[in-house]
Design a protein. Structure first.
Lengths: 160, 148
């Protein structure tokens, strides 16, 4: 019997030290789920669409959860949210914003673009660990995830 | 930390009592309001009579929504909220239902639900679930500015 495949988490974060801290925190809290780290919105889009090096879904599965920073180079978190919302299938994947910006207008804009939840990155490593643990327990344990079609093909079109 | 009310839309009395009891055990006290059908949920959120006095019937910080409801289903309530032009459209909504059917889960996400939880059948698991969603949505999550 093969090992059950744990759902993947996609971490979109441009600051290497923040990404390292988040990944280390997941490891320390014994989260065994694979964490894919991409540095900007463009790369996240490529991963989610299965473009280029991400073409093989058996190696680069669609994530069950996206942790998204907002202030990103090239393609911002907001732009990625906007794109994601227009994609069949991919649009169902829960997105948790994880950023340092806690301004009300930013929070509101994120919800308007379809973010499922908005978390403010804590300043110290112990707090990051606590938040990561809660994210894991809530989103990968308790929450019912949508089912994703693994191939980006559409069903047959009905002709009316 | 959110201290505003949580609105539960749940037609089943025994489910409501269990959820309410589990919720009330947690400190600090956060009020939980309950409505029993979809039309009432929409009237409450719209601030229509008899819910037109916002000091008595405040906008909730979180909506816990069952799917199978009399008059208007949870899906219809969800769709109505997301279509609003006011800030109400951003209200965090968690489905809390006995249906774990994948089609229902998918539909809820398509319609813009924030999270989807299945009611466990035993009490201790329900208490854990209530405690976990409360920690997540009222303590950790940064909500839109519309309640409290």
């Amino acid at each position: 019997m093969s090992e059950p495949v744990l759902p993947t988490i996609l971490l979109v974060e441009d600051t290497p030290s923040d990404a390292a801290l988040i990944r280390r925190s997941f490891e320390k809290t014994n989260v065994l789920n694979p964490i894919v780290w991409v540095k900007n919105g463009q790369e996240a889009l490529a991963y989610l669409s299965g473009l280029g090096q991400y073409g093989d879904r058996s190696k680069h599965p669609l994530p069950a959860l996206i942790l998204l920073d907002l202030d990103l180079p090239e393609m911002t978190g907001f732009e990625l949210l906007q794109w994601k919302r227009s994609q069949p299938n991919i649009r169902r994947i829960p997105v948790v914003i994880l950023t340092i910006d806690s301004a009300g207008s930013t929070v509101n804009a994120a919800y308007d673009l379809g973010a499922n939840s908005y978390l403010v990155k804590p300043g110290n490593p112990e707090e990051v660990m606590r938040v990561v643990k809660i994210i894991q327990e809530y989103w990968l344990g308790l929450n019912q995830a949508p089912k994703l079609v693994l191939r980006a093909t559409q069903g047959p079109t009905l002709i009316s | 930390m959110v201290d505003g009310p949580v609105l539960l839309v749940e037609d089943d009395v025994s489910d409501y009592r269990l959820i309410q009891r589990a919720f009330a055990k947690i400190k600090p006290f956060v009020p939980m309001l309950r409505l029993t059908h979809g039309d009432d949920a929409v009237a409450y959120l719209a601030g229509d009579a008899p819910y037109d006095n916002r000091s008595l019937h405040p906008v909730p910080c979180l909506l816990l929504l069952d799917i199978k409801l009399p008059r208007r289903s949870g899906f219809e309530v969800l769709e109505w909220i997301r279509a609003q032009e006011t800030e109400l459209r951003r209200l965090p909504i968690v489905m809390l239902t006995s249906s774990g059917h994948q089609a229902d889960v998918n539909k809820a996400y398509e319609l813009g639900v924030n999270s989807y939880l299945v009611k466990p059948s035993n009490n201790s698991e329900l208490e854990q679930l209530v405690s976990a969603f409360r920690t997540y949505w009222l303590e950790l999550n940064e909500g839109p500015n519309l309640c409290g």
